[in-house]
Write a protein that binds this ligand. Structure first.
Ligand code: ADP
Ligand code: MG
Length: 304
């Protein structure tokens, strides 16, 4: 098969590993920097140009779209989709996963456990809603934050108010904020599971090294292997399905009421999970591509 990995970072661990495993399995692989691609849109002919030439003949694309390039990157993915090229993540599903509000709406509808969440723009009557969530401290989150940036723990009403005011300085419709129950039972810890083909293939527990409540490895969190319970595995897989992402990274917290899903990442890093569990996740992704590339693309049935 001829596979394109859409990545602006050819030296990234995940990109390199995917290329390596694809080559090992006898495929032809190109790393395509999607930021240097252009889409030529003409009647009946969706073309992708890259450094002066037309990209043709691919059986599959593996998008690794950075969160700060979501619009551009997914437009390029869409262009391939319109040519009938198989993508390991659909452009629609990538866009959806980048919005934490939309994601938890979809997961809640599918019956996935999530932390209690309020979405509001009004700062004045948040008091009652915060009481409903169990009072302070409360988590305040930007709907489009990543790597733990844009997630704040507010200990008091005063702090919550000023954080919300600060977030809303840019009074536009793109800055959405979520108030969320603070899952204190496992503060500073979460579990990142990688899902391939709808099944969990590797899970690691991330622990913040200092007293930060955020466990993202980008914030200095350390990982260790962890075994999920059956209930946890089901919750993770259900979350992936609700987001229509058969390959993804799912963040979960253990709570007194069972597993709570925080978010689903459509371009999750393979690095820490592979290095810590020793599982060959990249190979599983390439096998998934082999099984699915020739099939007719399935319709997106999420409907939201
Ligand atoms: N409701 C919550 N209660 C406790 N900790 C949380 C909560 N939400 C997020 N966190 C912590 O903050 C980290 C980042 O939150 P997350 O929603 O995954 O955003 P990001 O996209 O920035 O990773 C999580 O990995 C977790 O450690
Ligand atoms: Mg996260």
């Amino acid at each position: 098969m001829k596979i394109a990995i859409l990545s602006n970072g050819p030296g990234n661990y995940s990109t390199k590993r995917l290329k390596e495993e694809a080559l090992k399995r006898g495929h032809e692989v190109d790393i395509v920097r999607y930021k240097n691609c252009s889409a030529v849109i003409e009647k009946n002919s969706p073309i992708v140009k890259y450094r002066g030439s037309t990209l043709e003949g691919y059986d599959a694309v593996v998008p690794r779209i950075a969160s700060n390039m979501t619009r551009y990157g997914t437009a390029i993915v869409r262009q391939f989709e319109m040519q009938g090229v198989y993508s390991t993540a659909s452009s629609l599903a990538i866009v959806r996963s980048r919005d934490k509000l939309r994601s938890i709406q979809l997961m809640a509808r599918a019956g996935v456990g999530i932390p209690k969440t309020v979405f509001t723009r009004s700062i004045n009557d948040i008091e009652e809603q915060i009481d409903d969530m169990g009072g302070y401290p409360v988590i305040i989150k930007l709907a489009r934050g990543t790597h733990g940036n844009g997630v704040v723990l507010a200990e008091t009403k005063k702090a919550a108010k000023s954080v919300m005011q600060a977030f809303y300085v840019m009074d536009d419709d793109g800055t959405n904020i979520l108030l969320q129950e603070f899952v204190k039972e496992s503060a500073g810890q979460d579990i990142r599971s990688l899902v391939v083909g709808g099944k969990v293939v590797a899970s690691i527990k991330r622990q913040s090294l200092d007293d930060d409540f955020r466990s993202n490895t980008h914030q200095g969190g350390a990982g260790s292997p962890v075994k999920l319970t059956d209930e946890e595995r089901r919750a993770v897989q259900k979350a992936a399905k609700a987001m229509n992402l058969s390959i993804c990274g799912v963040d979960m917290m253990r709570s007194v009421r069972g597993p709570l899903i925080l978010e689903v990442n459509s371009s999750a890093s393979l690095k820490t999970p592979e290095l810590i569990t020793g599982r060959n996740v990249a190979e599983k992704i390439i096998e998934h591509v082999e099984r699915n590339a020739k099939k007719q693309p399935r319709k997106d049935k999420v409907g939201a």
